[in-house]
Design a protein around this ligand. Structure first.
Ligand SMILES: [Zn+2]
Length: 265
């Protein structure tokens, strides 16, 4: 699942390519919006809010917001009209055409057209956005502490606490903090420092083509523990372990070094 910085880059791409442009054709390939046509509209811009994308389009007196989410496999691509699509056409969920470019949203998890005034219904539940202009570490800590018994990794990926962390950054953050992923939030001594670290991690990576938490950009050396099960820990050599954690039905793979991140109890 894409992390917040990946979504941020997608927003930047759409913003650079579409802002100020007129839409000459639109195609919403989802049942609820199949008949909608925003051609003639002008794109005002695209922003990310956590892992959500908001593309604002004005058309006459109408003010629309296209809300999309990449979920597991989604991606936005911007192409020239004559360019071959990088994915099969049946995966396209949205096609926005300007006079010289085509933006295609493939395999999007959410495609929703909202009245601009209703944007909050899509993103109002989110905690402080790690890459937003209004990032607020204190508020993120406050929200995390509302469920003090919750395992840290699970609390970090809950977008209502802070928005932008996925399973990869959650695993990496637990490692750099030396904390077992199942540590209850209340037992995390430097919670504010951890939250700041999360902000730094995403901020450092938001313009990079490849995400790195180790600072090393070489392939296979970019991450501490995520998807490195059975490989030696970069600090102590102990094999990294993986286990499924999380509430029933929402289990996710959790990676950690048993030596650097011992269980608390
Ligand atoms: Zn280790």
């Amino acid at each position: 699942m894409p992390e917040g910085d990946t979504v941020y880059r997608a927003a930047r791409l759409l913003d650079r390519s579409l802002t100020g442009r007129e839409l000459v054709a639109t195609d919403f390939r989802v049942p609820q919006h199949a008949t909608v046509d925003l051609s003639g509209g002008t794109v005002l811009g695209t922003v990310s809010r956590g892992k959500h994308l908001l593309t604002r389009v004005d058309r006459g007196q109408e003010a629309w917001t296209l809300h999309t989410h990449l979920k597991m496999e989604g991606a936005w691509r911007v192409l020239r009209p004559d360019q071959r699509w990088p994915r099969p056409a049946h995966q396209a969920r949205v096609v926005l055409t300007t006079p010289d470019q085509v933006a295609v949203g493939f395999s999007l998890g959410i495609v929703e057209l909202l009245d601009r005034a209703e944007e909050a219904s899509a993103v109002g539940h989110l905690g402080p956005d790690l890459l937003g202009p209004d990032w607020d570490a204190d508020e993120a800590v406050r929200r995390l502490m509302t469920e003090p018994g919750r395992p840290l990794r699970e609390a970090l990926i809950d977008q209502r606490n802070l928005a932008g962390i996925g399973n990869m950054y959650a695993a990496e953050l637990c490692f750099v903090a030396g904390l077992h992923p199942e540590t209850p939030v209340r037992e995390v001594a430097g919670l504010r420092r951890l939250v700041q670290r999360a902000h730094q991690m995403l901020d450092l990576n938001k313009e990079r083509a490849f995400q790195s938490t180790t600072g090393n950009l070489r392939e296979r050396e970019r991450l501490w523990v995520y998807r490195r099960d059975r490989s030696p820990c970069r600090r102590c050599g102990t094999p990294v372990v993986v286990e499924m954690h999380g509430p029933e039905g929402q289990e996710r793979a959790s990676y950690w070094c048993p030596s650097c991140q011992p269980a608390t109890s």
